[in-house]
Design a protein around this ligand. Structure first.
Ligand code: HEC
Length: 161
C-alpha cells in the first residue's frame, strides 16, 4: 500500500515538472528542464569569479574619485551603516571597512549591499562572514545608485584619490 502511494506521488511530481518545462520538456528521467537551470548557471558564474549574486553585473571605477559620490556615500554610511561597521579594520557587529575594496570586487560589494538575503544564502564568501559575525546583515533597501555612492566612499576610506 505504502509503495503504491509513493508511486502515485512520484507520478504527480513528474507531471508537475513536465507542465512548467515549456519547450524544454525534461526527459522522463527526472532531469530538471533547461529553463530552470539557465539563470542559476549565470549566477554561478558570477559567484565563481567573485562578483557575488544580484543585479550588479559590472561596475566601472574611475580615477580620480567622484567627490560628490564620496560625500553622499559618507552620509548614507552615517545614517544606515555606522551602527554596525567601523571605518578601521576592527570588527564591530559587522566587519570593519578598511581594505574592503581590495578584499572584494566592486560588483560583490554592491550586490552584498543591495541583495544581502540572497548573498547570505548563496555566496560562500558572504556565508563565511555570517559564520564569523553571527549576525545577519539586515536588508535596508539600499538602491543601486546609493550602493554605488557607498562604494565610492569605501574607495576613499581605503586611501584612493
Ligand atoms: C545591523 C548591523 C548592520 C548594519 C546596519 C549594516 N551591516 Fe553590513 N554587515 C553586517 C554583518 C553582520 C556583516 C557580515 C555578514 C553577515 O553576518 O550577515 C556585514 C557585511 C557587510 C559587507 C561585507 C564586508 C566584507 O568585509 O566583505 C559590506 C560591504 C556591508 N556589510 C555593507 C553595509 C552597508 C553599505 C551598510 C549600510 C547601508 C551596512 N552594511 C549596514 C551588519 C550590518
Amino acid at each position: 500500500m505504502r509503495n503504491l502511494n509513493i508511486i502515485a506521488i512520484l507520478m504527480v511530481m513528474s507531471l508537475l515538472f513536465a507542465s512548467c518545462g515549456g519547450k524544454n520538456t525534461p526527459a522522463a528521467n527526472g532531469e530538471a528542464p533547461k529553463s530552470m537551470l539557465g539563470p542559476k548557471t549565470e549566477n554561478e558564474k558570477m559567484i565563481a569569479d567573485g562578483r557575488g549574486i544580484g543585479e550588479v553585473k559590472s561596475v566601472t571605477l574611475n580615477t580620480p574619485l567622484e567627490q560628490e559620490r564620496v560625500k553622499r556615500g559618507q552620509d548614507i554610511y552615517d545614517m544606515k551603516c555606522s551602527a554596525c561597521h567601523k571605518l578601521t579594520d576592527e570588527r564591530f557587529v559587522g566587519p570593519g571597512w578598511k581594505g574592503v575594496t581590495s578584499r572584494r570586487k566592486p560588483e560583490w560589494i554592491m550586490n552584498m549591499v543591495t541583495n544581502v538575503d540572497v548573498m547570505l544564502e548563496r555566496d560562500a564568501e558572504a556565508q563565511k562572514l555570517l559564520e564569523l559575525c553571527l549576525t545577519r546583515m539586515p536588508n535596508q533597501n539600499v538602491s543601486i545608485g546609493d550602493a554605488r555612492d557607498i562604494l565610492e566612499f569605501m574607495r576613499s576610506n581605503d586611501g584612493e584619490k
